[in-house]
Structure formats: structure tokens, C-alpha cells
Design a binder for this molecule. Structure first.
Ligand SMILES: [Zn+2]
Length: 415
């Protein structure tokens, strides 16, 4: 945020739930200036000129990160026209479309922030004005969650004429696409290593490997040269293996990972983001509500079954970097509900509450390659945090994450 408050703020008297050390620090104090944590600990002193904010022994957590969302989707079912590729291509070029998309994304980023999600990773948008929105939020002209964005995803030209993808057919086009996105200002690169549930035209298309290992490697090589990470939409083991051998940094959604895959995820610290809330939303609502076709629903059943197996295997295996992202923006997954994903990791997969918080904070920051600035409250990082009343400890009840009592971004109270 731009509003350069040179004034130092001294946050006094709070309990910090530390996702890195997996412990609680009591009687904490923190000094913030220029959006950044200058000092944190129990023994630090207020300087004469700083403004003091008494946090009254409340619980403090680092701001949550949603590691997978689509800001240009609201969570409402997709309008029917999105199924007509030609019409989508036509409308995407209109100025009015850009304007509607920009305003929609702004609203999504705001909803996320108000809920305590101070950072989101956007993995494919209907319009590239997401870069402007990101910049305006960073400069303080707009208010919203901090955005890291891929702009668009890179996909093999297939039947699923995607609003959020740049479609390619060969290595040369892949190189052009990744360079174009980097040029536009992408923070990361997203590829579609396999087919997806939305847009699936045949029974097995969701998990089917699409981009070849050679194309994936070219994309990763270019991105890595620019210090950008690459994440892969991957809903099948073949796609996962293609991605891993290509040099991918994380896998979105997942599949029924076997020991060979888990070995490599662990060794290379490749993150996996199971997007449980997304599968849950599709399977718990009627087709009328989701707007999905019958084939898409059948694909979804298969995919979530495999993600479930893969995640259970990963937890049992140990040492796998698990992130939290809910695919907000797709039909029936609304922005500002990352708590649902975190709650599912606890209630359905048995991760302890602190481990779940870890997924949505420091693990996500590591997966994004931004742990120097995000994911915990440490010196040099953004002062993004959420607050819970002293009798509302989220470690005792993870569902409290749905309703933080207040939200601070870069040391400024948002609500
Ligand atoms: Zn997605």
C-alpha cells in the first residue's frame, strides 16, 4: 500500500501463533514501519516517536494466503456463453469486457482481504488487466489482497477452448506464450499438464496428460531463467510425472500419487495444492447449481477420488510440502472462504490445526518462492496479520478462521 506511513507502529501485547516453529509465543511485541516488520519479540521496547497499538492479549496469525484462485470468476455458475469459444474470443476483445473483468477481479481481491486472506495467487484470468489491478493494489491506489498472478495459463490447444488459457500446439508457441506472459509482468507461470474438469468432453479427459515433457521443460527453463516459478494443473499421474521431469515447482489439484511421485515431490520440495474445496463444491451441488455438464461431473468424481488418495498418501509419506488453495472463482467456490480448505485439511485429513495453518501461510509462501516476505511474522516480512479475541484461539477451533476479529495488511487495520 502506498500511503507511506513513516511513523513507526508499536504493536503491544499479543499472542503469536507461529506456523514456522509450530508454537505459541506469549507477551509479544512488534515494530512495524514502511509496511514491514522491523522487529518482533517479547523483549523489545517502544521508541519515543512510535504510535502504540495495544492488542490486548489477542491471538495473532500471519495473514492467510490463498494459493490458487481465479479472481475473474465470482463463484457464480459460468454463463452459458463461456461454452461457445468463438463468442468468447469475440467478446474478450471488447473494452467493456475488460472493464467488467477488472471490476470483478477488484471485488474478488477485496472480498479475500476482508476475510483475512492478505495474499492470493491468481492462476489464470479471463483478462490480463489483472496485472494493472495487482500494480494498483501494490501502489495503494486500490484496496485488496496482494496479488501474485500468472496472468493466463498455458494449455495445449484441445477441445476445451479456455477463457483463462493461452493455447499452444508446439514448443515454439509455448516459448512465445511464456515470454509474452513474462513480458506482461507475470509473477509465476501456470501450465495445464492435464485436461481439466471444466471443459471435459469425454469421460477420462480431466486427468489426461496434455503438454509433453519437452514443452513443459522449455517453459520451465525460460521461467526459471527469469526467476519465476512454474505450477502445473495436474489431475493425473502421467501429467504429474511429465511436470516433475520438466522441472515444475508445484502441482495443482493432484492425483493418486504413488511412491515414485511422492519420493520426487519430497526430494525436490515440489509443493502440492489439493484444492479440496473445489472438488467438494462440485460434488455437493446439483448440475443445475454448478452449470456443469454430465461429463464434467463424472470427470469431477474421478478426479476428487484420486486427489483424496494422493493427499492421504502424501500425508502418510511425510515431508511433502502441502499448500492451501481453494480454486475460488470457479462455480460455487466463493472468494474469502479459504477457511473452508483449511478446515477440510483438519476435519477430513486429520492434520493438526497448526499444520493446517502452516499450509495456508508458510507452506504457501514457500511454494510461491516468497517466504522472504510472506508466510510468517518475522523481521523483513510484510506486517500482514489477522487477529482473534483472547478467548477465540483458532488452534482450539479451526473454524474460527472463517471469522477473524480484525485484519491488518502491511500494518494497517483493514477492518
Ligand atoms: Zn483453478
Amino acid at each position: 500500500m502506498s500511503s507511506k506511513f513513516s511513523k513507526e507502529i508499536f504493536f503491544n501485547n499479543f499472542k503469536y501463533i507461529d506456523p514456522v516453529a509450530e508454537t505459541i509465543h506469549s507477551n509479544m511485541k512488534m515494530i512495524v514501519s514502511d509496511h514491514i516488520i522491523q522487529n518482533i519479540g517479547s523483549g523489545i521496547k517502544k521508541s519515543e516517536n512510535s504510535i502504540e497499538i495495544d492488542l490486548k492479549n489477542q491471538w495473532i496469525l500471519p495473514g492467510l494466503i490463498n494459493n490458487h484462485c481465479h479472481l475473474s470468476g465470482s463463484g457464480k455458475p459460468l454463463p452459458k456463453f463461456t461454452k461457445h469459444e468463438k463468442f468468447v474470443k469475440f467478446i474478450q476483445k471488447r473494452k467493456i469486457f475488460k472493464k467488467i473483468m477488472y471490476n470483478g477481479m477488484k471485488k474478488s481481491a477485496m472480498t479475500a482481504l476482508m476475510s483475512g486472506t492478505t495474499t492470493v495467487r491468481s492462476l489464470g484470468e479471463a483478462d490480463l488487466s489483472v496485472f494493472d489491478l495487482r500494480d494498483r493494489i501494490n501502489s495503494g491506489e486500490e484496496l485488496g489482497a496482494r496479488i501474485f498472478t500468472a496472468g493466463k495459463a498455458i494449455a495445449l490447444k484441445a477441445d476445451h477452448g479456455e477463457v483463462i488459457c493461452i493455447e499452444i500446439t508446439n514448443v515454439e508457441e509455448a516459448k512465445r506464450a511464456v515470454n509474452y506472459l513474462i513480458d506482461k509482468g507475470a509473477d509465476c507461470i501456470k501450465i495445464m499438464a492435464t485436461g481439466a474438469v471444466t471443459g471435459a468432453k469425454t469421460l477420462d479427459s480431466a486427468g489426461k496428460a496434455e503438454l509433453t515433457p519437452k514443452i513443459i521443460k522449455e517453459i520451465c527453463d525460460i521461467a526459471h531463467k527469469h526467476n519465476l516459478r512454474v505450477t502445473a494443473h495436474s489431475e493425473g499421474n502421467e501429467g504429474a510425472l511429465n511436470s516433475i521431469s520438466g522441472g515444475i515447482n508445484s502441482l495443482e489439484h493432484g492425483s493418486n500419487y504413488d511412491e515414485n511421485i511422492l519420493d520426487q515431490l519430497k526430494e525436490k520440495q515440489i509443493g502440492t495444492i489439493p484444492t479440496l474445496a473445489a472438488g467438494n463444491a462440485y460434488s455437493n451441488h446439483s448440475r443445475k447449481e454448478t452449470g456443469l455438464t454430465e461429463i464434467e461431473v463424472l470427470n469431477d468424481h474421478r478426479v476428487i477420488k484420486n486427489i483424496d488418495i494422493g493427499l492421504r498418501n502424501a500425508i502418510k509419506f511425510g515431508g511433502i510440502l502441502i499448500g492451501a488453495g481453494d480454486d475460488a472463482g470457479i462455480p460455487l467456490v466463493f472468494h474469502g472462504k479459504i477457511a473452508k480448505e483449511i478446515s477440510m485439511l483438519h476435519n477430513e485429513y486429520g492434520l493438526s490445526t497448526i499444520k493446517c495453518i502452516q499450509c495456508a501461510t508458510i507452506n504457501n509462501a514457500k511454494i510461491m518462492g516468497r517466504e522472504d516476505k510472506l508466510g510468517s511474522l518475522d523481521v523483513g516480512k510484510f506486517a500482514d496479520f489477522i487477529v482473534f479475541a483472547s478467548d477465540r484461539n483458532p488452534l482450539d477451533n479451526i473454524d474460527l478462521l472463517f471469522y477473524p476479529d480484525s485484519v491488518y495488511k502491511e500494518g494497517v487495520k483493514i477492518r
